[in-house]
Design a protein around this ligand. Sequence first.
Ligand code: ADP
Ligand code: MG
Length: 347
Amino acid sequence: MWRKNSHNVRIYFYLAALGAGIILLSILIFSKPMPVYEEKIIPVFGTYVRLNVAGDKVSPDVLIKMAERELYQIHNKYSANVENSIVWELNKNGKVKVDDEALFLFQSAINYAIITGGAFDPTIRPLLELWGFDDANSSEKRVPSQEEINNVLSYVDYRFINIDEKNMEVSFLKEGVQVDLGGIAKGYAIDLVIQRIRAIDPKATGFIDAGGDIGIIGPKFGELAWVIGIRDPFSNDTFKSMDTIYLTDGTVATSGDYERFFVQNGTKYHHIIDPQTGYPAQGISSVTVIAPNATAADTFATALFVLGFDNPALEYFTNFGIQAMIVSNNGEIRETSGFNYFREKLK
Ligand code: ADP
Ligand code: MG
């Protein structure tokens, strides 16, 4: 009897060993190593762009180098302050030949101007110069006189931009018009970088954060949402957040009156200008927009800032695929109906 028993024990032992072996083998075959995230801070667009990426097929170094190149390329191509950029040439000569991409970017800018009733307006440049928010080395921040503002206002209207698709040319219909794509170029650059990364490595994951405009490359470790803090506009602490959202894809942009401003006689003057009045937009401290692409998030954040806290059309803009939260100067909060969805961690 005891012999038979020991035989059984032996069989069980072999079976168990075999099972463990199979489990171990399948772990080795089917489980992938955790993605390794690499981060780089790139100074461009007058801010710091933070790129955090893990490749699936390609090393993160390769993806970072490519992204860096694209970011500088977009900046140098569209910055009004870079000599010989498309925008610099347009502002200087009143017309410029464009490629497909530039044509698309100008058309996008004009579309957002139309959609937002001119709250977003790429011809804002003369006002930015007047207030000293044009980022030119020579510019001085100051409160202009009403007369100066009135003079300059007559050049601010996106309808002065003419797009000739046939001849691939952008021109001004009025002398003295000046454009600035600062309200859209950063968003566009994020979209482009994400598109390029996905083209090389479709399962790459991570995010790109361009000073408050964030685009998701892919969920953390391929499955988790990225946790994004929304900055408290009333705190001097850049890291203090007032709210948290969770994104596995898409983009989010925040425009705040704390980003670029100066104080004169106790009044704060910031860099988002109302094209109608010629003054920094009143009533709002920050706007956060969640959108499928960063170009939309970036432009809508600026436009909703201009449209003010009581904007009756706030919910209407969800028709363009965005959700928004706005914070008034005295801390009141308004948001679109779908914004709260992004506060839920488990999706
Ligand atoms: P940031 O560039 O600091 O992220 P925003 O995304 O809010 O800030 O965009 C503000 C920038 O857009 C300004 O620096 C300026 O170049 C430009 N701008 C300011 N007011 C307007 C406006 N009403 N329409 C279009 N662009 C604007
Ligand atoms: Mg922006």
